[in-house]
Design a protein around this ligand. Structure first.
Ligand code: AMP
Length: 217
């Protein structure tokens, strides 16, 4: 099961990828999480990536392709993986194909722009634990404070509304062309993945059930 989850920021790719990873017993590979860990650890990759991420732009292809391709060479990917947030440009998708990384399923998750802005701009994070809240849908007991420690919650720099709009623009411009790319047979033979599209609006468990159904599980 080698799966790509495709969709704009905020459609719930990360949530669904995590559930799917558990259900299929394969790792979730989020290039966004890998980059955030590198930023936190202040590695040279993190230092290079930070300004792109904070402003809602994509990190250059040559950095991200090596990161993703090296990751799936790890032994835990032997039976498959779920890419969450990769590939995000045609060059990244073509690099996978050229490196003979076969993909079985591509699942596009769709949510309206207004819903995405509401979801992301209300998100708050307790950085030390990774706990996530939402000012409307899952508010902390005390506004701005973590329920368990009472410490401050933060808003990710790229979850500010102006940056979300920029990220949506970048998605339409650079990532959406992958929908057409994966809907047709891939060039020069090789396995063409099955393409599916679902709505990301509604109950998390129900969407997960729908995805598992598409995968024949
Ligand atoms: P995410 O958490 O997946 O939304 O990723 C956060 C940020 O990391 C993005 O806005 C990009 O700046 C960067 N990033 C993550 N994945 C990629 C990718 N495949 N290509 C380029 N940049 C990426």
């Amino acid at each position: 099961m080698r799966i790509i989850l495709l969709g704009a920021p905020g459609v719930g790719k990360g949530t669904q990828a995590l559930l799917l990873a558990r259900a299929l017993n394969v790792p979730q590979i989020s290039t966004g999480d890998m980059l955030r860990a590198a930023v936190q650890a202040q590695t040279s990759l993190g230092l290079d990536a930070k300004s792109f991420m904070d402003s809602g732009r994509l990190v250059p292809d040559e950095i991200i392709i090596d990161l993703a391709v090296d990751r799936i060479k790890q032994p835990d990917c032997a039976h498959g993986f779920i890419f969450d947030g990769f590939p995000r440009t045609l060059a990244q998708a073509q690099a996978l194909h050229e490196k003979d990384v076969a993909i079985d399923h591509v699942i596009e998750i769709k949510v309206s722009d207004e819903d995405i802005i509401r979801r992301l701009s209300g998100r708050r994070i307790h950085q030390p634990s990774g706990r996530i809240y939402h000012v409307d849908f899952d508010p902390p007991h005390t506004p701005g404070k973590d329920n368990h420690t009472g410490e401050d919650l933060i808003q990710r720099e790229d979850d500010k509304e102006v940056t979300i709009r920029k990220r949506l623009h970048v998605y339409r411009d650079q990532t959406e062309p992958l929908v057409a790319y994966y809907q047709q047979a891939l060039p020069s033979g090789g396995l063409t993945p099955q393409f599916h599209c679902i709505s990301g609006t509604g109950d998390v468990a129900q969407i997960q059930g729908e995805i598992l159904g598409l995968l024949g599980r």
